[in-house]
Ligand binder design. Sequence first.
Ligand code: AKB
Length: 320
Amino acid sequence: MNKNTILIIGANGQLGTVLGNELQELYGKENVIASDISPKPNFNGIFELLDATDYDAIENVVLKYSVTQIYHLAAILSANGEKHPLRTWDLNMTMMLNVFEVARLNNIEKVFFPSSIAVFGDAVDRENTLQESYLNPETVYGISKASGENWAQYYFKKYDLDIRSLRYPGVIGYQSLPGGGTTDYAVEIYHSAVKDEDFTCFLKDDTVLPMIFMDDAIRATIELMNAPKEKIKIRTSYNIASMSFSPKEITSAIKEECPNFKVDYKPDFRQEIADGWPKLIDDTAAREDWNWNPKYDLKSMTIEMLSKLKEKYKASCTDI
Ligand code: AKB
């Protein structure tokens, strides 16, 4: 078997933090190169400061370590993207095309490119959004991801570059915090509950969105990347689903463990973004092609989130 040397771009982010550790476990610390535009304090492994808008900088890291796979996780997300639309487009596209070009010209075996439920707009059935739905995204982040999906397919068809992609729902984990997304409330709410703080939600109580627990998101990513090439029939990006819930429903789930927890609602500009997204996505293709199967639902995720955050903060909502 060929040796895998993996470069993670955007390793300090919500997913990168957890994926980095998981890939180190799988491939060995010496075979995972974490990189980000800002330093990663106390990281136990190889780390490179890397600005992915700089083509040469990426190529230098690839050559220095004889990289064979790239996980490109750096991007400006939906909510932050709306504050600076042109800059978001420029950054997301420049970084992504740099990665695809470096990969093509340096014989990289596989690339992971994350897409998102943000690729969908009002053309879809929001109650059950199919894999092959028409994409008319309403945020600049969504537009950059929909374009990215098409670029991924283009590089695959034209150059046989093995790019694989998932349309992530909101990702919820205890290990890291998200930044600048519309689904971020569903992570922040657990931190407030454990710290015994009241929580103000920036979405309306009945706003249903697709979500996934971090363990499932990481497992999906690695299973997709390790699936035999002939199983990957979709070269834009796969829908993956796990659970869907509203702020009211996650609050009820938390209240089972933290009965005194209080939430109020002050919807802001992120409400409009959420209103344009699916409530539930259909992931039949991922299940059929590479056996995707989520393990967590809202209840089991809530138990895990609260118990891990109680350890982290050395606090317990039920003690107070
Ligand atoms: C966001 O909210 O922007 C992201 C996403 C769903 O892609 N979490």
